[in-house]
Design a protein. Structure first.
Length: 235
């Protein structure tokens, strides 16, 4: 019986060694370089917050917690404060971008409203930008996330305008169009507008310029975007 027990014990050691060898082999998997394209305006640029505080950077840091140690995650940011859909289209066209991004986010439209551009312009150019985002995302709409427009009426700046409620009503129309377009075309749409509408109740959601989202607000954006981003990246 002792002899049989020794044989069984030896077999267990061999199996354990084989299992360990398999784990070592798994470590030889080639590292992955995830590529992320962030398209937008001041809300993507991160006006009045630190470089690492903007939502694309916070999203990157969150995603890195779910990838292998050797994997990398690079961001290409095409966004500036004050950009309308027209400005963003021109900026993308000026870049020689490859069509190989694993993830693309699009957040645009507030400056169309703020600059009193015709709503019909947004109706025309938003779908064009979505299609461009899809093209850059390896031609796969499943790699695209559209984010709703924040409501700056709920900031000190917005409250100083003649008609804050009109701002909200107009942005509701912009967001409704964007969301309905995404739903009709099976594109992921993430609503973060309600977070920004807490800006008067929770001043820490507003940056020190009294207008743009704060680091805290962007963290809350990422909490909603991250689950969808992980699925799209296969994490």
């Amino acid at each position: 019986m002792r002899y049989i027990a020794k044989i069984l014990f030896s077999c267990c050691l061999v199996l354990s060694f084989v299992g360990c060898s398999s784990d070592v082999d798994d470590g030889n998997i080639a590292p992955v370089n995830y590529k992320y394209l962030a398209l937008g305006d001041s809300y993507t640029f991160g006006q009045n917050v630190c470089f690492d505080c903007k939502f694309p950077e916070q999203l990157r840091d969150s995603i890195l917690e779910y990838v292998n140690f050797s994997d990398t995650f690079t961001i290409k940011l095409i966004a500036q404060t004050g950009w309308t859909t027209t400005n963003l289209k021109s900026a993308i066209a000026a870049e020689n971008l490859a069509n190989d991004y694993d993830l693309v986010t699009l957040l645009i439209g507030v400056n169309n409203q703020y600059q009193n551009r015709p709503f019909s312009l947004f109706e025309q150019e938003f779908p064009e930008l979505v299609n461009t985002a899809i093209a850059k995302a390896k031609g796969d709409k499943n790699n695209v996330v559209v984010i709703s427009i924040p409501d700056y009426a709920y900031t000190p700046f917005g409250q100083g305008t003649l008609n804050p409620s009109n701002i909200s009503a107009q942005l509701n129309a912009y967001n409704a169009f964007a969301e309905n377009y995404c739903l009709a075309n099976d594109i992921t749409f993430i609503n973060i507008t309600d977070i920004t509408r807490l800006g008067l109740q929770q001043p820490d959601l507003v940056a020190n310029d009294g207008l743009h989202p704060s680091t805290v607000a962007y963290t809350k954006f990422v909490e909603r975007i991250l689950p969808a981003a992980k699925v799209k990246l296969g994490l």
